[in-house]
Design a protein around this ligand. Structure first.
Ligand code: ZN
Length: 234
């Protein structure tokens, strides 16, 4: 094997470990954001229920006030009924009482609907609060476990990265740059073996002239098809 390729192969082992750790380091914050959004959605629904319940309670109180003032109005009109001097006034007052009663009936009906709504909202709120508390607990546990995991992986990263740059010593900068570019572009596999006559990176056959070069270890050989840096499987 060409000595530079041997070095790159060692670097690649390290870089693959680094890439794996990096994926973990990236995945935790992503997952955390996903879970946080789901938790926020539950919290928003919970807050909407709280606001809806509050509004319904305000409406119910104003409904009761309306009924009380209708009762007072009716009482006043009935008192007037005893004091009227002629039949026309009597009939007019009766009509007025009838109309206030009718209005009061409608208000009372609306009040009953409001009470039903309040009851339903309260039940829904209890269930939503339980769901929110549970989801919050699960989320908090994920966050603290995630932090422990991230801290461990950061230590792993530090350990794995140590000495990585020493491995590249003596590798020509242009080859190093080519390797780095391929590593990023070819799914963390920039240097790959030729098995028999096939590139194990892209499974294309290697032409005989390149095989000869590989056997001689005299030059750095790349696959014509995937551009990966090649070595002969030993
Ligand atoms: Zn290839």
């Amino acid at each position: 094997m060409h000595p530079d390729v041997r070095k790159l192969l060692e670097v690649q082992k390290v870089d693959q470990s680094i890439a794996k750790i990096q994926r973990d380091l990236d995945s935790i914050p992503r997952e955390r954001a996903r879970r946080e959004a789901a938790l926020d959605a539950i919290r928003r629904r919970h807050d909407e229920l709280v606001a809806g319940l509050r509004q319904a309670e305000v409406d119910a109180r104003s409904n009761e006030t309306s009924i009380r003032s209708a009762d007072e109005e009716i009482k006043k009109l009935e008192t007037r009924l005893n004091a009227v001097r002629n039949n026309a006034e009597y009939q007019a007052t009766l009509l007025q009482i009838g109309s206030v009663r009718q209005e009061r009936g409608k208000t009372e009906e609306a009040g009953l609907a409001l009470l039903e709504r309040i009851e339903a909202l309260r039940a829904e709120l209890v269930a939503k609060k339980a769901e929110l508390d549970e989801a919050q607990g699960v989320f908090d546990a994920f966050v603290s476990e995630g932090e422990v995991f991230l801290a461990r992986r950061r230590i792993d990263l530090e350990k794995v990265s140590k000495g990585r740059d020493g491995l590249t010593h003596g590798v020509p900068p242009d080859l190093m740059a080519r390797y780095s570019k391929m590593f990023g572009a070819r799914d963390s596999l920039a240097v790959c073996a030729v098995d028999g006559r096939t590139c194990t990176g892209c499974y294309t056959a290697i032409p005989p002239n390149l095989l000869v070069k590989l056997q001689a270890s005299s030059a750095v050989v790349t696959c014509n098809s995937c551009q990966r840096i090649l070595y002969l499987a030993e």
